[in-house]
Write a new protein. Structure first.
Length: 364
């Protein structure tokens, strides 16, 4: 395990390149994903949007509505993942508004802006009230686009390793999600505060599937947030007791979890999303624990050593990042797509060498 403070001694290189604003005015922007066809989707307070090019070449947004029966609204729109022809979304609902006095005194946390104050309010509510989540999916072959299929309801569809139904009092606040390379399993980060924080595994196909979601791994001392699957390993970012954490969990041949390993820590910081590349990771540091410091993007080796940093005034609170593996409407191969929550916008970073080559290095 490497501390980012220790890696500072190696003087990580600044990541030079061109940073441009792609799209603005996405309230409470949270997550983004590029699918294999380089279609770009971003989630925000009002829902999920596909980012499209107008005839003039500027960025426009097209809402992908959430139309799944049984999903409680308003639902916090959180993590996105894509595999093949499907787009997956995690959303969560805190049942705070069912309490009349609380409803009269406090804003609904399901719609609160996720600033430091808003996140504190959310975590307090998640300690006190029931929280449930849904994984839903959209078929990208259909028009118009919409989330119409329920993949899982959490905790309602969860069973333990002993096949005992988990109590509905076990709160699940679905946040980051990732799909394995075969498109068979979805991994879900439960970012609820306290001992219930964990990673769940959900069967990806909702059609005729009688299997249940499973508690897959509980990384010690960490509330998981961002998730990525690379090969036979799941990588995660999370909020530890005193530091942000980057870690890994082997995916065994039978699908069960191996032993979680911490790759790197960063005292007093908050890690949000991450992207995996052949040589390592790009980690979005949302800021510090006081909510005062600006965030940054870190280029990290497979062993957890910080190699480079992207720290720009225009990047205030980076909460999601994706590496473009091919050219799209707004980007070239090797560009970074970044969500800045503070300004509600999507940015494109075109890195200079050697970082573009590093980001596009083929898998060994």
């Amino acid at each position: 395990m490497i501390s980012f403070y220790t890696s500072l001694l190696s003087r990580p290189q600044a990541s030079n390149g061109t940073l441009t604003t792609l799209c603005r005015d996405i309230p409470n922007a949270e997550s983004l994903v590029l699918n294999d066809s380089q279609r770009l989707f971003v989630s925000g307070r009002e829902g999920v949007y596909e980012l499209l090019a107008s005839p003039e070449g500027s960025c426009t947004t097209q809402l992908v509505p959430l139309a799944v029966p049984g999903v409680r609204m308003p639902c916090m729109i959180n993590g996105l993942a894509a595999h093949g022809d499907y787009l997956y979304l995690a959303c969560a609902h805190v049942h705070q508004s069912e309490h009349p006095l609380v409803k009269a005194l406090l804003d609904d946390v399901n719609s609160v802006e996720q600033t430091a104050k808003g996140l504190l309010q959310l975590y307090v509510a998640a300690f006190t009230f029931r929280v449930e989540s849904w994984i839903v999916r959209c078929d990208l072959r259909r028009t118009p686009l919409a989330f119409t299929q329920r993949v899982a309801h959490l905790p309602g569809d969860v069973v333990s390793a002993e096949q005992r139904t988990v109590s509905l009092t076990d709160n699940i606040l679905a946040n980051g999600i990732a799909v394995d390379s075969r498109g068979e399993s979805i991994y879900v980060a439960n970012s609820v505060p306290g001992v219930a924080a964990a990673i769940y595994r959900v069967p990806a196909d909702p059609a005729g599937n009688t299997r249940k979601a499973m508690l897959w791994c509980r990384p010690a001392g960490c509330r998981p947030n961002g998730l990525e699957v690379h090969g036979n390993t799941l990588y995660y970012t999370g909020d530890g007791t005193a530091a942000a954490v980057l870690g890994s969990v082997p995916i065994k041949g039978d699908g069960s979890a191996g032993t979680a390993q911490v790759l790197a820590t960063s005292p007093l910081h908050i890690f949000d999303d991450l992207a995996t590349v052949a040589e390592g990771f790009v980690v979005a540091q949302f800021g510090d624990r006081k909510g005062l410091g600006a965030g940054a993007l870190h280029f990290v080796s497979r062993g957890g050593r910080r190699l480079g940093v992207l720290n720009r005034q225009e990047i205030s609170k980076p909460c999601a990042v994706a590496v473009a593996k091919g050219a799209g409407q707004f980007h070239a191969a090797g560009d970074l797509l970044i969500v800045d929550k503070h300004h509600g916008r999507v940015l494109v970073f075109a890195p200079d060498e050697p970082w573009r080559t590093w980001l596009l290095s083929p898998t060994a």
